[in-house]
Design a protein around this ligand. Structure first.
Ligand code: ZN
Length: 450
């Protein structure tokens, strides 16, 4: 409950402190992205380990190592991939492509190569983006042995005929798949899952933004007293979530709500992709929360294409996990190119994504069901001082309406979210009304709380 007797000055000061704190959070999320940006990550290898080690400076996450060959449902953990260096040299021995300049230059999971070959042959192992001649594409070949370089189209056009020396100094050996897990115990064992992929190299929005946002959410939640327990997963895309589900099948049903975080730092509006269930509490909570924000947003239906929600929402699990994004993958031209860089993500957008995730979690935490203790006709609110207590006329009207809706629908079956949806009022108004009514013993918490 906010204190009711706070003075106007105090409110201003609190607002300023809050604004400053929030601005700092946006900057801090951005700075973490900057620290992680240079590291060459893939679905396995030292890049993921180095990333998780940095995250451990912020939150005490566990780093799990799963050996190559471990069977997880229809998949098995691949060999571990590491890269030392890679280049293409021209006939004068000048490096014309250099992994040190951009880790996107090497096809992720390239097998080792040392060869001399003419341009025509080399071209069979080069990817470019002719429609964006300045950008380097990001390409992978995890499950088919191959090697290649990725170049800007301009870089390729500038290569004269002749013989080239190529070196890709990589190793593909039995090792481990690494992932990070951070569990926050709440008052109940029922879990909220926050999952994000950690397998992309120098790409800022997809998905250093998701990683950094998850870290700061975890850090924030670790300071609060929470109803739910929270599980944060930092896994390589697809194989990582399949691995977690494979190793934790028995406890997956504890997950009552979940969000996959991806592409949360660009300047576009929020897009939420619903869980396979389509009307799970998380789907409704996100819908309500975005509506209440007053900002533009999109909500799209589930499809079995995208990020790790594909695995969490596979029919054998069907977990209520949606995907929280700004501009979705494939809908921005910088996607999977060198233009998804530190300029493409913005501290303000990261802050906005952070604040919206906090609101969604806040809604889930407070979405309870109550029972009206005076159900025969309306209780007399005036004699309890519950009319006209707060704010200007519009706010007062909303607050009163909120109380009437809460009293009317709190019959042991409707949650506060049900009431917000049915009344068209903001969740915050409904929640404040419920708090006031509880204080005046007109409500009590139901055993049916969702
Ligand atoms: Zn991606």
């Amino acid at each position: 409950m906010p204190p009711v007797s706070v003075t106007a000055e105090q409110t201003d000061r609190n607002d300023q402190e809050r604004d400053r704190y929030l601005m700092e959070i946006g900057q801090e999320i951005y700075q973490l992205i900057g620290r992680l940006y240079p590291i060459c990550r893939s679905i396995t290898g030292n890049g993921v380990r180095a990333t998780l080690k940095i995250l451990r400076e912020y939150i005490p996450l566990e780093i799990r190592e799963v050996p190559t060959g471990t069977q997880v449902f229809d998949w098995s953990i691949p060999r571990e991939w590491n890269i030392k260096t890679a280049y293409v040299k021209d006939s004068q021995g000048r490096k014309v492509v250099d992994f040190e300049k951009s880790n996107l230059h090497v096809l992720s999971y390239s097998v080792p190569v040392r060869a001399k070959l003419p341009l025509e042959e080399l071209k069979k192992h080069i990817h470019t983006l002719p429609e964006h001649p300045e950008w380097i594409p990001y390409r992978t070949s995890y499950y088919r042995e191959d090697w290649a370089f990725c170049l800007s189209h301009n870089q390729l056009s500038a290569l004269p005929d002749g013989e080239y020396e190529v070196l890709i100094d990589t190793s593909l050996q039995n090792g481990h798949l690494s992932y990070g897990e951070y569990f926050l115990q709440g008052q109940t064992d029922t879990e909220v899952l926050i999952s994000t992929h950690v397998c992309h190299p120098s790409l800022a929005n997809d998905n250093l933004s998701g990683i950094a946002l998850a870290v700061f959410l975890a850090e924030r939640l670790s300071k609060l007293s929470l109803r739910y327990s929270y599980r944060f997963l930092f896994t390589p895309g697809t194989i990582g979530s399949i691995t977690w589900l494979g190793l934790n099948e028995a406890q997956a049903s504890r997950i009552k709500h979940g969000l996959v975080l991806a592409c949360v730092g660009d300047a576009g509006k929020i897009t939420y992709k619903k869980s396979r269930r389509g009307n799970a509490e998380i789907d409704r909570a996100v819908g309500q929360s975005l509506r209440d924000s007053g900002d533009p947003y999109d909500i799209v239906d589930f499809s079995p294409y995208g990020y790790d929600e594909r695995q969490f929402c596979s029919p054998g699990f069907n977990l209520p996990v949606g995907c929280f994004m700004r501009t979705p993958h494939g809908k921005f031209s910088e996607y999977h190119t060198s233009a998804d860089n530190l300029e493409f993500v913005k501290a303000e957008s990261l802050l906005d994504s952070f604040s919206k995730c906090v609101s969604i979690i806040d809604l889930l935490e407070h979405n309870k069901t109550y029972v009206n203790q005076n159900p025969k006709c309306e209780p007399q609110l005036g004699k309890r001082g519950l009319y006209g207590t707060t704010g200007g006329q519009t706010e007062r009207k909303a607050a009163e309406l909120g109380m009437l809706w809460v009293l009317n629908l709190s019959d042991d079956t409707n949650s506060l979210l049900d009431i917000a949806e049915r009344s068209g009022l903001e969740f915050g108004v409904i929640k404040t009304a419920a708090d006031l009514l509880l204080q005046h013993h007109l409500l009590k918490e139901s055993g049916n709380t969702p």
